[in-house]
Design a protein around this ligand. Structure first.
Ligand SMILES: C[S@@+](CC[C@H](N)C(=O)[O-])C[C@H]1O[C@@H](n2cnc3c(N)ncnc32)[C@H](O)[C@@H]1O
Length: 274
């Protein structure tokens, strides 16, 4: 793959940073509940795998308190700079960032003590070798440590109700764009086998199914997603400009009460290192 092909498909600019902030706000309840189910405690050492700009890392750092530590790993220097700046301005002394490839965690975390908990949200679906990430997480956890994942399976089930061609084409273009860069929007289907092979016991697999109606906070999720990503799909040549315009018109109609968006189901997997 060339450098351009390897470039992360969603980008790491200011628009994507803002979208990740909103997305985290909508999903922070589910994330916090999952970390609690996995047994997070003050004093824990936590690894945020593919942390992006760190919105989950900030919450994790406040949960493990000053006696614990959170290490955020992402390949984007821009996002990790945001983690470091915010750690300073929010007074989160235990939070630090590392720029690196999550498929090579052994190298990135060479001098780190083992972790009690690792979290990976919406990153396994973007990497060509998710099994390498899972193995790297296994190697970096203490025995009995927890791995919490939030990611996708059956992404193609995202649709508008009533169905709209513009939306279905945009979903198919999204899937194509991720696959073209080595990602897999069905990755959670392969995750149980990867976890077992890396020495984990699976404690739970729970689907989070959401719909988004105009007027609901959750409507912001598909709305911001398409407003940020659909123009990029047009630039990539995967979506016609006409479909993009029609998609925005269809979203406005949904916002005004014409129906709802069936969001992609987010699967929560909690596994324990044996
Ligand atoms: C959709 S964002 C999710 C960020 C964060 N986990 C969250 O939930 O807000 C995916 C992140 O994965 C990162 N990423 C993708 N491939 C990566 C790789 N091979 N190594 C490290 N980070 C990667 C991207 O830079 C991006 O920040």
């Amino acid at each position: 793959m060339s450098e351009r092909e390897r470039e992360y498909v969603l980008g790491t600019g200011a628009d994507e940073l803002s979208r990740l902030a909103v997305q985290h706000r909508l999903w922070s309840d589910a994330a916090t509940a999952a970390w609690k189910s996995a047994g997070i405690q003050p004093g824990n050492r936590v690894l945020d795998v593919g942390s992006g700009p760190g919105f989950a890392s900030f919450d994790l750092a406040s949960m493990v308190t000053g006696s614990g530590a959170v290490v955020a790993v992402d390949e984007s220097a821009n996002f990790i700079q945001h983690v470091q700046q915010q750690a300073k301005s929010r007074g989160l002394a235990g939070l630090s960032g590392r720029v690196g490839d999550v498929q090579k965690l052994r190298e990135v975390l060479a001098k780190e003590a083992p972790f009690d908990l690792a979290y990976a949200r919406w990153v396994l679906c973007f990497v060509p070798d998710p099994a390498a990430v899972v193995q790297g997480v296994a190697d970096s956890l203490k025995a009995g440590g927890a791995f919490v994942v939030h990611d996708y399976f059956n992404y193609g089930a995202m649709t508008m109700a009533p169905r709209r061609d513009s939306h279905d084409r945009a979903v198919q273009a999204t899937i194509r764009s991720w696959r073209d860069k080595g990602g897999d929007p069905d990755v959670v289907g392969r995750l149980p086998a990867m976890l077992v092979a890396a020495g984990f016991r699976i404690e739970s697999i729970v689907p989070h199914n959401r719909i988004a109606r105009g007027g609901d906070a959750m409507f912001t999720w598909p709305d911001m997603w398409w407003r940020t990503f659909a123009p990029k799909l047009v630039d990539m040549g995967l979506l016609a400009a006409y479909d993009c315009q029609q998609l925005f018109a269809d979203l406005r109609a949904i916002q005004q009460g014409a129906g709802f968006v069936q969001c992609p189901v987010v699967y929560e997997v909690i596994a324990r290192k044996l």
